[in-house]
Design a protein around this ligand. Structure first.
Ligand code: HEC
Ligand code: HEC
Length: 343
């Protein structure tokens, strides 16, 4: 990495040196974007090192993220489901794709992806660059193919320009599409909530209710919703109502082992205020309904998480505690993330 920085300045000087040299291609500037990594966040996914965001890579990725030509009938973009104003999730219980086809699962927010080890509810993807093809070819999402997508965007002048600026020439390749989208996603970092400002001593303090909620959260929730991402990225069955689709098995879909049946990746709770409904297929309309469910008792299962098993299959919460925990969870709302991205 150090080496690239050393080469960069020389590279930038090239235009003046080679002004008279007609054979050399015109050099362009595509500086690397330094990710501002929030204090205390988990380590970056190692894929980021192999695909560092650049100015034009990110610009291209953002444009592709909003590109409806990704879907067979040009109606659905990534952003149709991952809406910037909802922390890149949507308000549907289950994802709504092309021709209003209903998907298996709830659309998760796309935020802080650079710090995740596993993607999707069942963690079947380990590198962000491997993810974009999935919605493109999924029948209920975009129902297209990568060749069809390339056929469409490859003719657009603006895209040719951006591919050249981002990657050196106009070739529109699957790899470049995936890499630029991932670069854009790597820059979607949310760490500017009230919670963050309190932690960073930026003059904000919790209200009494938020402070009480934080204490309860540490005792009753933090076992799983830990780290600065509010997920330990483990897979657990916590006895939520089960998706009736025979296609659903949670993490067991990937591993095939009964101990993973209906286990899901612990979701991050950052921006949770904006990402209703909740649960892997949107079982819960509100945060309150999630807490009422924990309090009332969850479904039993052989592989129900021990934390629930050892507590009579529930997380008891008084009325006051519920209100306080909800107040605390709302301190995780980063309206600068929402506002910036919805422009
Ligand atoms: C029809 C709605 C829909 C469309 C269109 C869509 N997604 Fe998604 N996205 C989802 C759902 C649902 C999941 C969760 C899938 C699962 O867990 O099996 C998801 C998961 C993801 C994740 C992983 C998030 C996490 O928390 O691990 C990323 C990243 C992502 N999508 C990016 C994209 C990109 C890039 C595109 C466009 C190429 C796209 N999505 C198109 C609905 C959609
Ligand atoms: C044993 C681990 C564990 C504990 C303890 C736990 N959670 Fe969770 N939580 C999960 C998992 C796993 C899911 C996803 C489950 C699913 O969809 O089937 C989840 C889902 C949620 C959701 C829905 C989020 C979304 O985006 O869909 C909320 C909100 C939530 N938990 C809040 C809490 C709060 C508040 C507490 C403490 C009162 C708590 N959790 C305790 C593991 C846990």
């Amino acid at each position: 990495m150090k080496r690239l920085f050393a080469i960069l300045p020389i590279f930038l000087l090239l235009p003046s040196c080679s002004r008279d040299d007609a054979i050399k291609p015109i050099p362009y500037e595509n500086p690397e974007i330094t990710l501002s990594i929030p204090v205390g966040f988990p380590p970056l996914n190692s894929s980021v090192n192999g695909n560092k965001p650049t100015k034009f890579g990110v610009q291209l990725g953002e444009k592709l993220f909003h590109e409806k030509m990704f879907s067979a009938n040009n109606t659905i973009s990534c952003a149709s489901c991952h809406q910037p104003s909802n922390a890149f999730s949507d308000n549907h219980a289950q994802a709504l794709g092309i021709y209003d086809r209903v998907g298996l699962r709830n659309t998760p927010p796309v935020q802080n992806m650079a710090f995740m080890k596993f993607y999707n509810w069942d963690g079947n993807i380990l590198q962000l660059e491997k993810q974009p093809l999935v919605p493109i070819i999924t029948h209920e999402e975009m129902d297209s193919s990568i060749l069809e997508v390339i056929g469409k965007i490859g003719t657009v002048h603006e895209y040719k320009e951006l591919f050249r600026k981002a990657f050196g020439d106009e070739n529109v390749t699957p790899e470049r599409i995936y890499r630029s989208i991932a670069q854009y996603e790597y820059t979607l970092i949310s760490a500017n909530s009230k919670y963050d400002k309190v932690k960073r001593n930026e003059g904000k303090t919790f209200t009494e209710s938020e402070a009480r909620g934080y204490q309860i959260f540490k005792i009753k929730c933090e076992n799983c919703h830990s780290t600065e991402l509010f997920t330990d990225q483990s897979f657990r069955n916590i006895g939520f109502p089960v998706n009736p689709s025979t296609e659903e098995a949670g993490r067991a879909r990937i591993t095939g082992i009964p101990a993973d049946y209906m286990s899901f990746r612990v979701p991050s709770l950052r921006n949770v205020e904006y990402t209703a409904p909740y649960g892997s297929f949107g079982q819960f309309p509100t945060l309150r309904s999630v807490l009422d469910y924990f309090d009332g008792g969850v479904l039993n299962a052989d592989n129900l998480d021990p934390i629930f098993k050892e507590n009579g299959n529930r997380i008891p919460l008084t009325e006051q505690e519920k209100q306080d925990v909800i107040s605390f969870m709302k301190t995780l709302s980063d309206n600068t993330f929402i506002a910036n991205e919805s422009l």
